[in-house]
Design a binder for this molecule. Structure first.
Ligand code: IMP
Ligand code: MG
Length: 174
């Protein structure tokens, strides 16, 4: 069977949900500024859209951590491949991720940023696969909870493919 993509969440649904998250975050952080940390590469598409919908001062930084390679399951081995440019000390940090699967990446990152002296740390993920959780993490903002299927689009890739799809889809036939 050839590899195909079945649409799971449409572009319109994703846009609408990001708008809602932007409003909610803007109201929760009223009077503060937000230091958004984007987890590369998947989180970049989501962060750009979200940041535009936040009506407070926002600064951004990027981190690239890896646990995956080209496989579809987490190895549990997290490495920082590209570190932040700026200190997080004393800042209200909002980590922006594409998806939480086992929770290992976010657990590692939250602990790391705590050690580095962030004033507060919240977590915003576009997608959440709760059935796959191995390590408990507190998610503050979730776009969509999805079933245990491998998804692509809106920043998420399968071996670097399908990242630029404007909707979320499931890879079939692999
Ligand atoms: P965790 O450490 O298992 O929570 O892994 C999170 C990371 O695994 C995400 O940031 C993605 O890069 C990757 N990942 C997990 N599930 C999927 C998926 O369904 N599609 C694409 N990437 C995924
Ligand atoms: Mg990722």
């Amino acid at each position: 069977m050839a590899e195909t993509i079945r649409e799971l969440i449409s572009e319109q649904e994703v846009d609408k949900r990001i708008e809602e998250l932007g409003k909610q975050i803007s109201s929760d952080y009223a009077g503060k500024s937000i230091h958004m940390i984007c987890i590369l590469k998947g989180g970049a598409f989501f962060m750009c859209e979200l940041a535009k919908r936040i009506t407070l001062p926002v600064s951004i930084d990027f981190m690239y951590v890896s646990s995956y390679g080209n496989e579809t399951s987490s190895s549990g081995n997290i490495r920082i491949k590209k570190d932040l440019d700026e200190s997080v000390e004393g800042k209200d940090v909002l980590i922006v991720e594409d998806i939480i699967d086992s929770g290992r990446t976010l657990y590692f990152l939250t602990e790391e940023l705590k050690k580095r002296g962030a004033k507060s740390i919240s977590l915003c993920t576009l997608l959440d696969k709760p059935d796959r959780r191995v390590v408990e993490v507190k998610t503050d903002y979730v776009g969509f909870q999805i079933p245990d299927e491998f998804v692509v689009g809106y920043g998420l890739d399968y071996a670097q493919k399908y990242r630029t799809l404007p909707f979320i889809g499931v890879v079939e036939g692999v």
